[in-house]
Design a protein around this ligand. Structure first.
Ligand code: GDP
Length: 195
């Protein structure tokens, strides 16, 4: 993927605020601190367009990144941050759910899980949710530079088994440090949006 332009000019908390040009969209979801901002920055080759989190759980809006004036990457707020109140959690949940279940241009979802640990209950819920809605999914194991090579196979197995990953969905290792998986993630995105 050759990136010719990137613009981050839209944040939304509700349907009325989603972009109206209806370019194809790919959403990125994951627990706070999983490495979502780092992955977005790696994909678009910008150091800091997506803010890497100093305060986990702070991003509460859906952020739309316009790529090449052709499609959107949508940064979904990180879930599972313990210090967020029940009430705010419920509001996050609603916003994410509304987006994932009603957004017509949405062509696929990247679910990020931390490659160093087994998926959490939140990760499982997120995957089951998008799978239920038949959204094509790429599960991305992040921070793989921190995992020894001889553990990779087991890492993939544990993630696939814990999520009960469907054969229709795919799995990819990733590292924002080494850029491992960057090309493959783009390839998957291109397939979903038919570029
Ligand atoms: P977000 O909250 O999901 O957006 O996560 P960030 O991208 O802000 O990353 C959270 C922390 O993990 C930061 O300290 C990052 O530097 C670190 N991190 C993110 N991706 C990687 C990676 O691929 N390898 C390593 N070693 N650290 C990473």
């Amino acid at each position: 993927m050759k990136i010719t332009s990137v613009a981050m000019n839209l944040s939304a908390v509700s349907k009325q605020q989603y972009p109206t040009q209806n370019w194809p969209e790919i959403a990125l979801a994951g627990r706070s601190n999983v490495g979502k901002s780092s992955l977005i920055n790696t994909l678009i080759q910008r150091k800091n367009l997506a803010r890497t989190s100093q305060t986990p759980g702070k991003t509460q809006t859906l952020n739309f990144y316009e790529i090449n004036q052709a499609f959107n990457l949508v940064d979904v707020p990180g879930y599972g941050y313990a210090k967020v109140s029940q009430k705010r959690r419920a509001a996050f949940g609603q916003m994410i759910e509304e987006y994932l279940t009603t957004r017509q241009p949405l062509q696929g979802v990247l679910i990020l899980v931390d490659g160093r640990h087994p998926p959490t209950a939140d990760d499982v819920s997120m995957y089951q949710f998008v799978h239920y809605y038949h959204l094509p999914t790429l599960v991305v194991a992040t921070k793989m530079d921190k995992v020894k090579k001889n553990r990779w196979q087991q890492t993939q197995q544990v993630i696939e088994q814990t999520l009960t990953l469907s054969p229709v969905d795919q799995f990819q290792f990733f590292s924002a440090v080494t850029k491992l998986g960057r090309a493959e993630v783009w390839q998957w995105i291109e397939q979903q949006i038919h570029l």
